[in-house]
Ligand binder design. Structure first.
Ligand code: BES
Ligand code: MN
Ligand code: ZN
Length: 475
C-alpha cells in the first residue's frame, strides 16, 4: 500500500533515500532519472509549458508521476507541487491542488493483485513524501483527499472482483465490512424479505441465479435521524441508489461473446455508492445520507425471467419485460421507489446502464440526465472539479411516450426495439419511478473501465466516488 507522508523540509533537503521529482518545461514525453554530483537521484519529468497545464492536465500529471515511479522501481519519492508552478491552477486554489494531489496519487498507486499468484517480489512504490509543508487548510484538504482516494480504491476492489466471488450476498457482506467501525448502519434484505417488501422487479432479475438477490440498505445520520412527526427539512436525507448487478449475462436475451466477460463490473454503481456513504461517515460529514443497492445476478436459467413477462414493481406499476438485458433499470425502479419512504431531499442513481452511453460520449465522461436544471449544473461543475466528468443528455417528456405503448403500464425498452437514444431511453424508463424531489440519473457505463489515457491500472475506475462525496459535502 502506497503511503503518503508530509514534511516541512524543502525537497532539496530530504534524505538521499528519496528520489526527488523535478518537473521541467520539456516535452511531456521527456523524462529521465538522473544522478546529480552529490549522489542524489532526480527524476526529471517534462510536463510541457507550465502555463499550459490545466486542472484537467494536472489530474493526469499526478497519476503519471506515480506510473513513472513504478516503472523506474522507485520505492521512495519526494515531490513538491503545492504553490505549484502552474498558473492555470490558481483559479482552483491551493486546497484543490493538494486534495487533487492526494486523491490521484492514491488512485494511480492502486493495483488489483488479488488473483495474482506469482511470488516474484515486485519492487513497489512504498512512499511519496510531500515536501515544503502544508498550511492548516491544505493539510485538511490533503487528508480529505487521502480518505476519498482510499474509498474510491475500495469501490474498485469490490467492482473488480469476479462475479463468482462477489455474489449479491458477498456484495452485502463487503458493504458491512467496509462500514464496520463507522456510523453507517447496514441492513440486508434477503430473497424472502425482498418478496415480502414487494421488490418484485429486483426479484425478477435475480431469481434465475443460484446466488439469490439482496437489497442493501445503508444509513448514515450525521445530522440525527429525522422523526416522523417533525417536518425538519434539514434532516431529509440525500439518497444514493446504485445498480448492483454482480454479473450480467443479459439473461435469456443473452449477450454475445466478447460483450460479456467484463460484466462483473456491472456492480460498479453499487460499489461506488457503498464506498461513498462510508467515506462520508469517515469524513464526519454533518449530513443525512442513505445508500440503496439492489443487488442481483442476471443469469440464464430455466428460472430466469422471460422476455414478455410482466412484473408488478415495488411502486405498484406493472412493467413488461421486452428485453431481459435491460435489467439494470428494473432493479433501479425498485430502488428508486423504495427511496420514497425516506422523504428524501434529493436522489441520485448511479448505474452502468447502457452501452449506448459509450456511443454518445466515448469513454471520457458519464452521462447525466435530470429535469432539474440546478441539480444538473451542480453535478456538471462538481464533475469538472473532481475529475469524475459527467455530461448532460436531455430528458424531455417526449422520450417517455413510446415506453407506454405496452400491455403493462410501462415497457423496459421501446416496443419497436429501436436502439436510438438508448441512454435516454433508460433514464426515461426510470423517470416513471423517480421520486417527487429533485432526482438525477448518472449512467456511468462509459467510465466503468479505465482507458490508457486515464493513467490508472486496468479495470474499475471507482467512479464516481469523488463526485458523489463532493456532492454530499456540498448538498
Ligand atoms: N450492463 C449493461 C450496459 C453496459 C454495456 C455497460 C456495456 C457497460 C458496457 C446493461 O444491463 C445492458 O445490457 N444494457 C443494454 C440495454 C438494451 C438491451 C436496451 C445495452 O446497453 O445493450
Ligand atoms: Mn444488461
Ligand atoms: Zn447490466
Amino acid at each position: 500500500m502506497l503511503k503518503l507522508t508530509v514534511t516541512n523540509k524543502n525537497i532539496k533537503a530530504v534524505p538521499k533515500k528519496y528520489v526527488r521529482l523535478i518537473v521541467t518545461e520539456k516535452d511531456r514525453n521527456d523524462h529521465r532519472l538522473v544522478e546529480t554530483k552529490d549522489g542524489v537521484l532526480e527524476y526529471r519529468l517534462g510536463v510541457g509549458r507550465w502555463n499550459q497545464v490545466t486542472p484537467r492536465h494536472f489530474i493526469t500529471l499526478v497519476r503519471t508521476i506515480v506510473g513513472a515511479a513504478k516503472a523506474h522501481h522507485i520505492e521512495h519519492l519526494a515531490i513538491q507541487l503545492q504553490n505549484s508552478p502552474f498558473p492555470k491552477l490558481k483559479e482552483r486554489g491551493d486546497d484543490w491542488v493538494v486534495r487533487t494531489l492526494a486523491e490521484n496519487l492514491l488512485l494511480a498507486g492502486y493495483e488489483f493483485n488479488t488473483y495474482k499468484t506469482s511470488k516474484k517480489k515486485k519492487t513497489e512504490l512504498k512512499e511519496i513524501l510531500i515536501c515544503g509543508g502544508l498550511s492548516k487548510s491544505e493539510q485538511k484538504a490533503f487528508n480529505e483527499g487521502k480518505v476519498v482516494g482510499t474509498y474510491t480504491n475500495h469501490a474498485r476492489d469490490i467492482a473488480n472482483t469476479p462475479g463468482d466471488d462477489m455474489t449479491p450476498a458477498e456484495l452485502a457482506a463487503a458493504a458491512k465490512k467496509l462500514a464496520r467501525g463507522t456510523k453507517v448502519s447496514v441492513k440486508v434484505l434477503d430473497e424472502k424479505a425482498i418478496k415480502k417488501e414487494g421488490l418484485h422487479a429486483l426479484w425478477a432479475v435475480g431469481k434465475g441465479a443460484n446466488d439469490m438477490p439482496r437489497f442493501i440498505v445503508m444509513e448514515y445520520w450525521g445530522l440525527g435521524k429525522p422523526t416522523k412527526s417533525s417536518k425538519d427539512k434539514k434532516k431529509q436525507p440525500t439518497i444514493l441508489v446504485g445498480k448492483g448487478i454482480t454479473y450480467d449475462t443479459g439473461g435469456l436475451n443473452i449477450k454475445p461473446s466478447g460483450a460479456m466477460h467484463d460484466m462483473h463490473l456491472d456492480m460498479s454503481g453499487g460499489a461506488s455508492v457503498i464506498a461513498s456513504i462510508v467515506c462520508a461517515a469517515k469524513l464526519g460529514l454533518k449530513k443525512n445520507i442513505v445508500a440503496l443497492v439492489p443487488a442481483a445476478e442476471n443469469a440464464v436459467s430455466d428460472r430466469a425471467m422471460r422476455a414478455g413477462d410482466i412484473i408488478k414493481s415495488h411502486s405498484g406499476k406493472t412493467i413488461e419485460v421486452l428485453h431481459t438485458d435491460a435489467e439494470g433499470r428494473l432493479v433501479l425502479a425498485d430502488g428508486l421507489s423504495y427511496a420514497q419512504k425516506y422523504d428524501p431531499k434529493v436522489v441520485l442513481d448511479v448505474a452502468t446502464l447502457t452501452g449506448a452511453a459509450l456511443v454518445a460520449l466515448g469513454q471520457q465522461a458519464s452521462a447525466i440526465m435530470t429535469t432539474d436544471q440546478k441539480l444538473q449544473d451542480i453535478l456538471v461543475a462538481i464533475g469538472e472539479e473532481s475529475g469524475d466528468y459527467v455530461w448532460p443528455l436531455p430528458l424531455w417528456d417526449e422520450y417517455k411516450a413510446p415506453l407506454k405503448n405496452t400491455r403493462a403500464d410501462v415497457a423496459n425498452i421501446q416496443p419497436n426495439f429501436s436502439r436510438f437514444g438508448g441512454t435516454i431511453e433508460g433514464a426515461a424508463f426510470l423517470s416513471f419511478f423517480a421520486p417527487k424531489c429533485p432526482w438525477a440519473h448518472i449512467d456511468i457505463a462509459p467510465r466503468m473501465e479505465s482507458i490508457p489515457s486515464d493513467k490508472l491500472t486496468k479495470g474499475s475506475t471507482g467512479e464516481p466516488v469523488r463526485l458523489l462525496v463532493r456532492f454530499l459535502e456540498q448538498s
